[in-house]
Design a protein around this ligand. Structure first.
Ligand SMILES: C[S@@+](CC[C@H](N)C(=O)[O-])C[C@H]1O[C@@H](n2cnc3c(N)ncnc32)[C@H](O)[C@@H]1O
Ligand code: SF4
Ligand code: SF4
Length: 340
């Protein structure tokens, strides 16, 4: 079931409130230094970890408010690194009890010991990669590339099942040669391969960039790292349906958040708390924000539709690898998460 909305003179109208995609930030912090992510850039103070207790209460509350579609996917990350949450195992075990479908995305720098039960509800596991070299990791994550690769390579080769681990290489101006290397690595492992363009994952920074209001140094940083041509090439339509309108996003304190791309230090970031008495009445605020009008007019909401539009040759490699990939997702995760 899709969250339905329509467009009228006054803006979007929400017609039913079952979300197919709910994001819950279980970690308000990250250990990486990605310069085009609000967290990595250090623009915001590290937040707290969502406790198991609050996570459970939040799921019960979402169900009580009848906000969860039957086949809903839960993304347990927004601006943080989920593996930093010390209760990740317990949170996932609870997800298994509740039959939730979970997606995790990680910078792959650290693992928690996860039980078989905890691994079970994970239906999508994304590994974010800034390229396939120490230079790439120095520029973006700030991690030891060899260590990251070593951790994976040991266990990934042996298994097979339909479920996939996705290696997502972000494409920058300087890592085109890495695409083939990451692809080959994915192929060796039997993992899926998803190259896509890096963008400015920060509403305010992107807005200033588009309006020509950024300081020269930051503008230069964007112009020399990100492929900027597609940031200017978008569908100009005020009725454009932002994919975020179908999502419900909660931060680590169970606040309903205005937009995935908005930084926590933006005063518009938090709309209300999911436990507020009037939370059900306030849900439509989520899709009628003033910011959305600016965002749509500047073509910012449209960008996520473009980032996967990689060059044909990269798309061909992706299609070939994903057709042939066979990973035993659960066994691999089990082994990775039992490492010391
Ligand atoms: C902010 S991250 C948080 C989760 C985790 N720390 C990670 O990096 O995978 C959420 C998602 O944004 C993606 N992402 C991060 N920086 C990006 C960028 N500059 N351009 C496009 N996607 C980006 C990541 O691949 C990840 O799937
Ligand atoms: S993109 Fe992910 S890994 Fe990089 S700083 Fe942001 S939250 Fe951390
Ligand atoms: S239109 Fe822009 S500000 Fe509004 S939810 Fe979508 S991405 Fe966020």
């Amino acid at each position: 079931m899709k969250t339905e909305y329509s467009y009228s003179e006054g803006g979007f109208v929400m017609e039913n409130k079952h979300f197919k995609l709910i994001t819950i930030e279980i970690s308000g912090a990250c250990n990486a230094h990605c310069p085009f992510c609000v967290t990595g850039r250090g623009d915001i103070k590290a937040g707290k970890m969502m406790s198991l207790d609050l996570f459970k209460k939040t799921i019960y509350r979402l169900k009580e408010l009848d906000l969860v579609a039957k086949d809903c996917d839960f993304y347990l990350f927004n601006w943080g690194e989920p593996f930093l949450n010390p209760e990740l195992n317990e949170i996932l075990e609870f997800c298994a009890d509740e039959n939730l479908h979970i997606c995790l995305s990680t910078n792959a720098s650290t693992y928690k010991k996860l039980s078989k039960k905890a691994i079970k509800p994970i239906s999508n596991f994304i590994v974010s990669m800034p390229g396939f070299s120490q230079t790439a990791y120095d520029k973006i994550h700030g991690f030891d590339f060899e260590k990251i690769i070593e951790q994976f390579t040991k266990d990934f080769k042996k298994y097979s099942t339909p479920q996939k681990i996705q290696l997502r290489q972000h494409i920058y101006q300087w890592n085109l040669d890495d695409i083939a290397k990451t692809a080959k690595y994915a192929c060796t492992l039997g993992a899926d391969f998803y190259p896509y363009y890096a963008y400015v994952a920060n509403y305010e920074m992107f807005k200033k960039y588009k309006l020509g209001q950024l300081d020269k140094q930051t503008e230069h940083e964007i112009n020399t790292n990100i492929f900027t041509y597609y940031l200017h090439n978008y569908i100009d339509d005020p009725k454009f349906e932002c994919y975020e309108f179908d999502m419900l996003i909660l931060d680590e304190s169970a606040n309903v958040v205005s937009c995935c791309n908005m930084a926590k230090n933006n005063e518009k970031f938090v709309l209300f708390n999911i436990f507020d008495d009037n939370a059900p009445d306030r849900m439509p605020e989520r899709i009628n924000m003033e910011e959305c009008k600016t965002c749509l007019a500047l073509g910012m909401a449209q960008i996520p539709y473009n980032i996967g539009t990689v060059p044909q040759w990269a798309d061909n490699i992706k299609a070939y690898i994903n057709q042939n990939s066979k990973t035993n997702f659960h066994k691999i995760l089990h082994r990775l998460c039992h490492k010391k």
